[in-house]
Design a protein around this ligand. Structure first.
Ligand SMILES: NC(=O)C1=CN([C@@H]2O[C@H](COP(=O)(O)OP(=O)(O)OC[C@H]3O[C@@H](n4cnc5c(N)ncnc54)[C@H](O)[C@@H]3O)[C@@H](O)[C@H]2O)[C@@H](O)CC1
Ligand SMILES: Nc1ncnc2c1ncn2[C@@H]1O[C@H](COP(=O)(O)OP(=O)(O)O)[C@@H](O)[C@H]1O
Ligand SMILES: [K+]
Length: 527
């Protein structure tokens, strides 16, 4: 499992470690580890020139010391100090070490906030680099880049290898705010532990490959803010049948999915459950999907009966009212009203009216989340930054109108909106996307990014429901079922894609070999 810690937790752990160590020890370790990674990348690429972009905090200090090491190792090394920092505003001992090592020190000219006030010479220095170390800001950074920083970042050559020091500058280190105006790094070298921005949608793209340097600060006992399951976690979590098991004890999944309008969803969901190794499937649907399920998934039993968990909603049509469909909708409502675990997707989300006491996973995409929040939450201003309500005496006093949450708002703050739905419903919320978020009250957020972008294809979500339903039926808690389901779904998609186009049925058929190989990995892992 990859674990990321909140910025407050990082500062507290580092302060505790620093109190026991001679001053400067942690920065020295961070800089040495950073320099080793940078030297390896330069050597791999046959590069000779390194430039550090240096801001006014300790992130700039790390960078100055690292560039000093690289100069001592024989690389052509320079730093550009930001105009807003200048010589007096950067880490003094780091600057002295860099100068002593022969690093060429440039100070960017111009006014920090005026993009038109710069001569070009420091941008030219940046443009020459084979490797750039972004030491503008780390965990003390605010979202966005000031013009003096943005101008240097713009000058980086497309072929240069860009290493963000600790956190790509311009990101919100906590991973809440977006990443439009940030350094887009090829690699981030972080210290001690990953930070939330490295794993969350708002920061992951700009982070690039993540490399963690150990600086001797222990984090094992510090609660994580964000987690990511890895391939090596699957064997410990996946329900493997014991000798004493039978199909019922392994878990029967009830599937209420598909409709005359969307019959294929029933096939995808039940196929995925069968491929994930469910004990048994009981399928409830209308005439056309029943026929298709009979044909495609002969293992499935049609009709209601005892189940251990429900998958409700893929392809469910909540608008029709012929008898067959009404009976299916009644079954869906009864499943949601039951005290059994349930995964609820697509049409099923339209039947959610608040809290369910039983273990529940809601699996909206951004559009479904926006719709559900708009319907459930009478005070959607909670999703707005406070100042939009408070700014201006008029606005502050006017009661906030109930208004719809938009898809764009969800995309701008996916985690905040997933949390809001988890608060409103008490359920585990799995928000789909290229990074899938799993939010449960009281647990660290899980952020899974296992899938190729080809997975954004119709029907892929129906497959996910079948996998998560299987895991719930086997007794997994919603948080594990959702995140493990997302991982396996993503791995199956990745293998089925092989770098090319993907169809949802191929993802479903990829679940069985993906699980088999992930379990084999666990058996061969040491310990
Ligand atoms: N706390 C510790 O124990 C350790 C900290 N280390 C380093 O120290 C960093 C934290 O240092 P600080 O707390 O001094 O803060 P930072 O250096 O991360 O950020 C503060 C500086 O960045 C500037 N800045 C912030 N946002 C900016 C933006 N969007 N655009 C341009 N400039 C911006 C600020 O004006 C200030 O000069 C860590 O990220 C890590 O690199 C390491 O040396 C390891 C040990
Ligand atoms: N850009 C992307 N990269 C990787 N996976 C994605 C991306 N966008 C969406 N996905 C995944 O594809 C699946 C789409 O599900 P969904 O939107 O419910 O489709 P449908 O309702 O048609 O089945 C989800 O698992 C989601 O996480
Ligand atoms: K940085």
């Amino acid at each position: 499992m990859i674990r990321a810690h909140s910025i407050d937790a990082v500062r507290a752990a580092e302060a505790a470690a620093m109190a026991e160590l001679p001053e400067g020890t942690l920065m020295a370790r961070a800089a040495l580890g950073l320099a080793e990674v940078a030297a390896a990348r330069l050597s791999d690429a046959g590069g000779t020139t390194v430039v550090g972009l240096v801001g006014g905090g300790d992130n700039g200090g790390d960078t100055l010391y690292a560039v000093a090491h690289l100069a001592e190792a024989g690389y052509a090394a320079a730093v550009v100090l930001l105009a807003s920092s200048g010589r007096d505003g950067v880490h003094p001992a780091g600057l002295a070490a860099a100068e002593a090592a022969g690093v060429v020190v440039h100070v960017a000219a111009g006014a920090p906030r005026d993009p038109d006030s710069y001569p070009d010479s420091t941008a030219d220095v940046v443009a020459e680099a084979d490797l750039v170390l972004d030491g503008i800001a780390g965990i003390g950074g605010r979202p966005g880049l000031r013009p003096d920083a943005a101008r240097l970042v713009d000058a980086i050559d497309d072929d240069a290898w860009v290493i963000a020091v600790d956190v790509a500058s311009g990101l919100d280190p906590a991973g809440q705010a977006g990443e439009d105006d940030a350094v887009w790094a090829d690699e981030t070298v972080t210290f001690g532990t990953p930070k939330p921005a490295h794993l969350l949608p708002a920061g992951e793209g700009a982070t690039g490959v993540l490399t963690v340097v150990d600086i001797g600060v222990p984090f094992d006992d510090v609660p994580a803010a964000v987690e990511r399951l890895t391939w090596d976690d699957v064997a410990a979590l996946w329900p493997v049948p014991r000798a004493s098991d039978d199909k019922y004890s392994r878990g029967v999944l009830g599937v209420v999915a598909g409709s005359e309008a969307y019959p294929g969803a029933a096939v995808l969901c039940t196929t995925a459950a069968a491929e994930a190794g469910v004990g048994m499937i009981r399928y409830v649907g209308t005439r056309t999907p029943v026929g298709l399920v009979h044909h495609a998934v002969p293992e499935a039993v049609v009709g209601e009966g005892r189940v251990q968990a429900w998958a409700v909603g893929p392809g469910l049509d909540t608008e029709t009212d012929h008898d067959d469909a009404r009976a299916q909708l009644d079954a869906a409502r009864a499943a949601l009203a039951s005290d059994l675990p349930a995964v609820v997707d697509a049409g099923g989300l339209d039947l959610v009216n608040g809290r369910r006491d039983a273990p529940t996973v809601l699996t909206p995409h951004a559009g479904e989340l926006a719709r559900l929040l708009s319907r459930l939450d009478g005070s959607t201003d909670r999703t707005k930054p406070a100042e939009t309500v408070a700014a201006g005496s008029d606005a502050a006093e006017r009661p906030v109108d109930r208004r719809a949450v938009t898809v764009d708002e969800v995309k701008a703050d996916p985690l905040g909106h997933a949390r809001l739905l988890a608060d409103l419903t008490g359920a585990t919320v799995l928000l789909k996307g290229s990074t899938t978020l799993v939010v449960t009250d009281g647990r660290a957020v899980r952020a899974q990014a296992d899938a190729p972008t080809w997975l954004a294809t119709a029907g892929a979500g129906d497959v996910l429901s079948g996998v998560i339903g299987t895991l719930l039926a086997a007794g997994l808690a919603p948080h594990d079922a959702a995140s493990l389901g997302a991982l396996v779904h993503g791995v199956a998609a990745d293998r089925a894609s092989g770098g090319g186009p993907l169809r949802a049925l191929a993802v479903a058929h990829g679940i069985r070999p993906a699980v088999r190989d992930l379990l084999a990995r666990g058996r061969s892992a040491p310990g």
